[in-house]
Design a protein around this ligand. Structure first.
Ligand code: ZN
Length: 256
């Protein structure tokens, strides 16, 4: 083997080891049956499929770690040779309770990104109403939808007692940051941060709704030392402090 070829092979192996990615997955709703009043089909995964997918990922030698641990490894552990992944769930839907006990038994860490306004059990975002009215035009949101839609404050208090759960921000309301005035975005983030102080195991990460951000919104987060989290692409304006995620809702293992 020529020396040049040998060096090329060593270099390729070195780069592969040094740049082992950590995949951060994002999902929303998990239940045995699809419930059209409270779920978008594109946001939903059947419970058995979800479990099968997680086990399938683990069988490939992947260890699930917490978001904060992954962030540390991405920043400092450039020589990691093990495969790691992270689980996160957005919006704080009540259906997350269907999978949390299993994740706890498996000792799989998970971060829930919460919209604090909807914890009151009588609020919802426009997308919830759009979906519910599509199924039942005369739906009574308070009566038919709210009881099964989002985690309540009591639910969240119980959830943060689980050793594998951490809580991040998703905004007080589920608004599109890329369409908000800077001041409104700031207010929405800070209100969320303030209300989450009532809970333990909160972490300074903000998941953009629909993964939509701008350089201005990133600047706001940076000002408050909050780490931006997006979905499927996006721009790393700060060139370091940034978590990108892969959406896995409803997908079978071959899609991951
Ligand atoms: Zn969301």
């Amino acid at each position: 083997m020529k020396i040049k070829e040998l060096l090329h092979r060593i270099n390729r192996r070195w780069v592969k080891l040094r740049l082992q990615p950590i995949r951060v997955f994002c999902f929303h709703q998990v239940s045995k049956e699809y419930e059209p009043l409270t779920m978008w089909k594109c946001d939903w995964t059947q419970t058995d499929v979800f479990i099968k997918n997680i086990i399938s990922i683990q069988k490939r030698g992947v260890t699930f770690i917490s978001l904060a641990e992954a962030h540390e490894k991405l920043k400092y552990d450039w020589f990691r040779h093990k495969k790691y992944a992270v689980l996160t769930a957005d919006d704080g839907y009540k259906s997350i309770l269907n999978i949390l006990p299993w994740l706890k038994d498996q000792q799989i860490p998970i971060t829930l990104f919460i919209n604090t306004k909807y914890l009151d059990g009588k609020s919802w975002s426009a997308i919830n109403e759009e979906q519910a009215r599509r199924v039942k035009p005369d739906v009574d949101m308070l009566k038919d939808v709210c009881p099964n839609l989002y985690l309540s404050k009591e639910d969240l208090k119980r959830v943060v007692g689980m050793p594998n759960v951490t809580i991040g921000m998703h905004g007080h309301e589920h608004w599109d940051a890329s369409k908000q005035a800077k001041e409104d975005f700031e207010k929405n983030v800070l209100q969320c941060r303030k209300e989450l102080k009532a809970y333990t195991h909160t972490i300074p990460y903000f998941a953009y709704t629909w993964g939509r951000q701008t350089s201005e919104t990133d600047k706001v987060l940076k000002e408050y030392k909050i780490i931006p989290v997006i979905i499927s692409g996006g721009i790393n304006y700060d060139n370091s402090n940034f978590i990108d995620r892969i959406a896995i809702d409803g997908k079978n293992e071959s899609n991951i």
